[in-house]
Design a protein around this ligand. Sequence first.
Ligand code: FES
Length: 200
Amino acid sequence: MSDAFQWLYSDIVKEHFTNPKNVFDPDEEFRTDAEGVVGNIKCGDQMMFLLRIEEDRIADVRWKTYGCASAIASTSMLSEVIKGMPLREAYGIKPADIARKLGGLPENKIHCSVLGDKALRAAIDSWLEKHGRTGEFKGEDAMEICHCLNITDKDIEQAVKDGARSWGQLQEATKIGTVCGGCKVKAEELLHEFAHIYGD
Ligand code: FES
C-alpha cells in the first residue's frame, strides 16, 4: 500500500471501504419497504438505499453505489448508524456526522459523501408518502441560506430538482440574493453541489 493512501484515509474509512457493511445483494431476499435513489450516473456516483421499516424505526438497510472509496465508506458507516434508529432521527443525519464517525475525510472527498444521506431521505420520504404522511419531516433539517428572504437549502435543492442549473435560473425560481446579495457565495456552492447530485 502506498504512503499516499495511508495518509489520505483513516483506518475506519479503510475498514468500511474494504469490508463495506449492508451492501445490497440481488440474490438475497431483502424485504424492502422503501427505496431511495439519487445521483448522477454520468459522474459515476449514483446511490440506492433500501429500507425495512418497523414501527417508525429502520429495522434493516441495504445500499448500493457506483461511487468512490469515500462514498462507499460513508454509506457503509451510515447504514450501520441508522439501524434501529427512529425515522425522524435518521432523516436529520448530515454528511458531516458520518465524516466525523469515519475519523474524517480528505477535504476534496467530502462532496463524494453527500449522496448517502440524500438517498436515505428519499427512501424515507417515499415511505411517508406511501403511508399518507407526505413531507412529515421536511423542513425540520432546513438551513436558512438567504436571511433576507428566508430561503433555505431545501428550497435550493427543490429548485435544482425542478431544473435550475445556473444562478439566474435559481434566482428566477426562488428570488434568492435579490435583496442584499450576501447569500450568493453559499447559495452558488449549494447550487453546484445539488446540480452534481441531480444531474448537470
Ligand atoms: S441574504 Fe440573501 S439577499 Fe440578503
